[in-house]
Write a protein that binds this ligand. Sequence first.
Ligand code: PFF
Length: 443
Amino acid sequence: MAERSIWGSKVGFVLAATGSAVGLGAIWKFPYMAGANGGSAFILPFILMVLSFGVTLILAEIIIGRAGRGSVVTSFRRLAGKAWVPLGLVGVICAFLIMTYYSTVGGWCLTYLFQAILGHATATDISKLEETFKLTVSSPTSAILYQTIFLAITAAVLFFEVNKGIERISKVLMPLLFVLMCILIVRGLTLPGALEGVKFLFAPRWDQVSASSLLNAMGFTFFSLSVGMGIMITYGSYVGHTEDLPSASIWIASLAFTSCVLAGLMVIPPVLAFGMNPSAGPGLTFITMPAVFAKIPFGNAFAVCFYGCLLVAALTSMISLFEVPLAFMIDEWKMSRHMASICLFIALAICSIPAALSMGPWGDIKIFGRNFFDFLDYLTCNVLMPLSALFVIAITGWFFFDKTSYEINATRKRSSAFMKFFRFMLAFVAPVFIVVVALSNFF
Ligand code: PFF
């Protein structure tokens, strides 16, 4: 079996996995998903799902990686046998497809960062801000250009193997992002009418929970925790036997979850205070934040720091996504790391074009009623990730629980009550939840 390097420090793995989980999902996606799906009708199920099957799946994926010591496909083969290889491929395909639209949003971040550097980050007129966002995302040249730059930065980081450097930078910038968000939350909450936003987010309105808000909350749970396409498997393959996997999983889930709630509190209260529509869609964060920056001292400098940190958070997530097909190409196709990074970059630069154009000239092209961007988002989060998660559950919870149990107990022996509870969540609660939520959308 190939030698694999082990994370340098005990917190190294948790930090890298958290870097993967915390990204655009929390800051860009969570606020608009919550806004479009009835606020608390989305957030409360999301909390429930993170606590139930979310943490369980993170743990299950890390276990497969540590036991299989390879990319998702390699680990599936080593742990469960050849027959599982095609199922592992679903994860690789899913990671590739996510990157095709994640890079579009990464491009928007770059655009807003450049605008902030040029001193154009603050404005108070909401209709002008909406116009600016529309222009940014609908211009084919700028959308494709910035998206390709974002992809090139990711590929370059992996080509030159400086991801350790990025992780080191993110150790400083991620906490800074949290601090900036806290300041923005305080400013947003002190705007007149902002408390309506807090009510919208947290006051239970169970009557508004629908099959589709549940499916969206489930898809977002996978997306925000980075589970369901093999990232935690790939990262887990580098974890040593001294790492306590259950506590690592709880840390990763808590930090990802906290960043979502903070982002919700940062965006939604100002949205309501400014009289905007919370279900305005993917532009919500980008349209709202310049108006908040305008209301704080040194708003433009603040914006530069904010978008800079956001870009690093987006990059660490993108790097983790890139790592899934990359590890697959290196392990399975025996390609060199350099060759694989270049090929993947070219393939992504081409395949990401439809998502970039779907807010502009290709906006009228619909697949099952959605433009390319929305279709890719729906397909990956609501179909492929749940499917891939079911395979992980089948391996770790149903067919090879003895291996799972060995890995969990490798660092320290767990009580039988813990093991029974874990197995119940993994083998029963998680799959029933996933299947029922998915099927409820057909009836
Ligand atoms: N969790 C990342 C985010 O919230 O931005 C996005 C992501 C990364 C999704 C890695 C899936 C993944 F495998």
